[in-house]
Design a protein around this ligand. Sequence first.
Ligand SMILES: Cc1cc2nc3c(=O)[nH]c(=O)nc-3n(C[C@H](O)[C@H](O)[C@H](O)COP(=O)(O)O)c2cc1C
Length: 341
Amino acid sequence: MDLSTTYMGIPIKNPIIAGSSGLTGSVEKVKTLESCGAGAVVLKSIFQEEIMYEYADFMKTAKEQHGAPQYFDYDGRKNPIEYYDYVIREKNLQKYITLIEECKKTVSIPVMASINCFFHSADWLSFATHLESAGADALELNMFFPPTDFKHTREAKEALYFEIVDKITQAVSIPVALKISPYFTDLGPMIQRLSNTDIKGLVLFNRFFSPDFDIHTMEVKPSFVFSTPSDLAMSLRWIAVMAEKVACDLAASTGVHDGTAVIKQLLAGADAVQVVSSLYKNGPEYLKEMLGDLEKWMAKKKFRRLSNFKGKMSQDKSTDPAIYERAQFMRYFGGKKNVTL
Ligand SMILES: Cc1cc2nc3c(=O)[nH]c(=O)nc-3n(C[C@H](O)[C@H](O)[C@H](O)COP(=O)(O)O)c2cc1C
């Protein structure tokens, strides 16, 4: 059975990628993921947001630890605050560069770096070029400008995606993937427009931290950090709908918890799948079971390679494409074969 494929032009031995998370935050963990069968890894993101928080902490003791602020002179002006900002940024960046370099020395599967920035677009570019120089095989841009931002218009926020993508794809020569949320006004056309840029892959979709309420203490607490198998539905629908309408590769993310979910996403048209929550819950060893289930299913269906069935159930190949667009639970479905209400 041949599980090998390519994702963004990069050969991978199988389509299961360990997605960006704490599970890919150290060389040891990446090594374990490789030994358990991961086709590739996306390293934990370098978070610009985290750097900003660290900056606040750092400033509390900056003077004692680092002496009087030195002036950081980059444009003829002297600004001590920016000097500290620069120190933290460089420290975090250096840690991340070392992670990439060590992973590249230790594993033979592709190592993709991930950048999470939520504003300050200038940093994206500098991070991207540094991570490419460190040896990353590809970059994943974890891009999200919250729809809770009431200050900027939809047009301005959407334009930012294209602006950053254009700058980064021009600055680096490794493949760039964009990991997006489903929170766009006009999701299908937006995915298609993004795919027509110079990115090589789109990851559908990221899953985010959500607040929950504790009704006893009346405090806000994090809701479930991990996805559940039922969360697959959203990305499955959109991979199937977009598979034949995009000009780049598609990786499915969110709710891929077992071999069956991997098969479904490949049938929908995904070029690769990313797995996170399931590996947190079941451990990296579970990758072997997922790959085994994929192989068993392929053997049963007499598919020798992924291309024999990839996209076979995409919307464009379907004899009933409307079912992929159905939104309401109508009585109509009661009469449909294999649909139980
Ligand atoms: C604990 C945890 C940490 C994560 N860290 C990152 C991260 O650093 N960068 C990123 O792009 N996504 C991150 N994610 C999101 C995952 O990569 C993934 O998109 C999401 O969990 C949905 O996939 P899943 O259903 O397989 O968990 C994280 C998810 C979890 C649960």
